[in-house]
Design a protein around this ligand. Sequence first.
Ligand SMILES: [Zn+2]
Length: 102
Amino acid sequence: MHITAAATTRAARYPTCATPSGRVHSRYERRLTDTPASVQETLIHLHDRKFFCDHTACEQKIFAEQVPGLTHRYARRTPHLTELLTHRDCTSRGSVPIPVVT
Ligand SMILES: [Zn+2]
């Protein structure tokens, strides 16, 4: 299953300086996996944005928007999938734990 999504907020905050910005620098497609490889693939095509940070003391001039509950910086999987892989009961299935790489 492929899902197309986009953030609808007008502004984003760079986490370090917390300054809100509504100036969009660029747009790009980000692909996030939401299910383990052993089941039917769910791939989210997120139309994400990069914003300018206008805070004069901030060294980060451009930052990528993060969607709460859906994205983390540099992550290619959703928090849902990370939690699923982290808390999976591996002993009952006789498999080895899956290392989590974000
Ligand atoms: Zn900033």
